[in-house]
Design a protein around this ligand. Sequence first.
Ligand SMILES: [Zn+2]
Ligand SMILES: [Zn+2]
Ligand SMILES: [Zn+2]
Length: 227
Amino acid sequence: MPTSSGRPQEGWTAEHEVEGSIALVGAVQLFRRDFPGLPFPEGTDLLQVLLCPNEHEGSGSDYYYGPAAHLVWRASAEVTEVVGQPPQPASVGGEFVPRPCVFAPCQVVEYPVLDELPDEIKLTLSFVQPGGFVDDDYEDWPPVGQGSKVGGWAFWWQSSPSKLDCQDCGAGLRLLLSLHTYEHKDELCSCEQDQLDPVGWEFGRQGALNIFACPNDVTHAFKLHID
Ligand SMILES: [Zn+2]
Ligand SMILES: [Zn+2]
Ligand SMILES: [Zn+2]
């Protein structure tokens, strides 16, 4: 059994009608030895992100239309029985089903988009006017990476930065993980990549599925946002 499981924040509806239980799809599997910066709960060393690859909707003012996610934090040594052939998901659309891929990760330094900076930092920047207006010559501000990532900052491509709070403790949620429709070549990363083939899923309009988690306790309810 998983040591601890993450759950999404409340207010979700599944739009699909499927009889019985639905096999989830393994979206990503990250080991502590490869990603030591992930906030693994004590006693765990493996994060598995599972998706229900059907359409789900957020409720209220939170617009969301995409897969449901389940985070499983495990002690990998306790996984002794492995299913040979994963069960096929009952998928209505199929646009969130990935093909098997391997990460070629690298580490970069990333800064949030200007709109996400707190005022006490933003107002110290030479190209920001006292009222918060940004001069036209701000292009020197480093870009936010597009592509799948662990940690870092949301790209906020199709929506504006919004403050997301933990429903369990009130802390501001932070980006835990971002799964992108495409891997992009950008100036943050100079690695040679053999190929940048897409995984096969599409989030929003060629965007990213962002998983925001609580910085106090990663097993508090997380929040999904497609951007
Ligand atoms: Zn579902
Ligand atoms: Zn919390
Ligand atoms: Zn790189």
